[in-house]
Design a protein around this ligand. Structure first.
Ligand code: NAD
Length: 337
């Protein structure tokens, strides 16, 4: 009998607690054995609700713990770089929630450190790639049935976010998903980004630029646009329409059950990402566990995390300076040989 992969989770807020539940109850071949969070009461409550889960105060001690085979990092982005470096030092597979790190420079250091280890250990939590609708869209575009893909139109809306979510975070934490989607669907790098800040909603604190409207220019000349609106009030909505030479394809219409009642018809808008992408996270984590057990990864790489960070670094500059900004990236072969 093969042994379960023993997993430790760092950061058990919204995303980490969701992953904890997932690993403990729905993922096969894996067992949740430890959690770590500076909010020790939160970690203790979660551990108490699940069997055989220890609380380890120091996240770096969790990474080094002899009973932890693999790590999920779901701490805030600013903590990722140090925790990723520790995973590499201990040669432990890690599924790191996006963003890989907060900027291009620190992400590049992570890519270089992983390269020195000699095998991929880092998978980045760009879960859209595992969502069945996105996966079918990718398959359709890659099949060539619609000809070349010319444009992508994306919409990314949250019901609300905490007041600490400032304008730059909308780029680094939200827009970063569409950065990965555009790179993945086109199979190409983003070379220039413009982040426009239309008149903000009156429902956010003074100075917060929400919504934002971004335009990505791909190396091939194709374009992608993204509306990100994180205080939309209604619910969580993520849509993507690809326009190609011989047709278009749209995903994320959220058409599930339509009801007719009391003179109205309609359906439900999910409250947050945990509902809309629940299945994508399940598939993502299961495939990561299966791969990690074989010493591999099966999803977005540290390089993908670096590329997204480079685009977002340029995106924050574009937002601040109100102009298009070229994306600065080192060449892949220079770093990875
Ligand atoms: N893939 C997705 O769809 C998705 C969705 C939401 C969040 N995320 C990512 O997940 C991560 C966590 O986001 P969240 O929404 O759960 O945030 P959150 O604020 O709900 O939770 C973060 C948790 O990390 C803890 N924490 C703070 N500093 C820490 C540190 N240095 N080390 C360990 N833990 C620390 C906090 O106490 C908190 O419990 C972020 O990187 C975020 O971008 C991804």
């Amino acid at each position: 009998m093969t042994q379960d992969l023993r997993i430790g989770i760092i950061g058990v807020g919204a995303m980490g607690a969701d992953h904890a539940e997932r690993v403990a109850r729905r993922i096969s071949g894996a067992r949740l054995v430890a959690v770590s969070d500076p909010d020790t009461a939160r970690a203790a409550t979660l551990a108490a609700a699940l069997d055989g889960v220890r609380v380890i105060g120091d996240p770096l001690a969790l990474i080094g713990d002899a009973e932890v085979d693999a790590v999920i990092i779901a701490s805030p982005g600013f903590a990722h770089a140090e925790q990723l470096m520790a995973c590499l030092e201990h040669v432990k597979p890690v599924l790191c929630e996006k963003p890989l790190t907060m900027d291009a420079e620190s992400s590049l250091r992570v890519v270089e450190a992983e390269h020195k280890v000699g095998r991929p250990l880092i998978q980045v939590g760009f879960m859209r790639r595992f969502d069945p609708e996105y996966a079918r869209l990718k398959q359709l575009l890659d099949s060539g049935e619609l000809g070349r893909t010319l444009l992508l139109h994306n919409v990314h809306r949250n019901k609300t976010v905490p007041a600490t979510f400032r304008s730059e975070m909308i780029v680094r934490d939200s827009l970063v998903h569409e950065v990965d989607v555009a790179r993945w669907l086109f199979g190409d790098e983003i070379v220039k980004i413009t982040v426009h800040a239309p008149k903000p909603t009156s429902l956010v604190a003074e100075g917060v630029l929400d919504p934002q409207f971004a335009v990505f220019e791909m190396a091939s000349g194709a374009l992608a646009d993204v509306e990100v609106f994180v205080n939309f009030q209604v619910g969580y909505e993520v849509r993507c329409e690809a326009v190609a030479e011989k047709g278009s394809a749209t995903i994320g219409l959220g058409v599930d059950v339509l009801t007719k009642q009391a003179g109205h018809w309609g359906g439900a808008v999910p409250d947050d990402f945990r509902v809309r992408f629940g299945l994508a996270y399940d598939i993502e984590v299961q495939r990561w566990v299966n791969a990690a057990a074989k010493g591999e990864i099966d999803g977005p790489t540290a390089w993908d995390g670096y590329a997204a960070a480079a685009v977002c670094t340029a995106g924050v500059q574009s937002l601040q300076e109100g102009r298009p900004v070229e994306v600065e990236m080192v060449s892949r072969s220079e770093v990875l040989g």
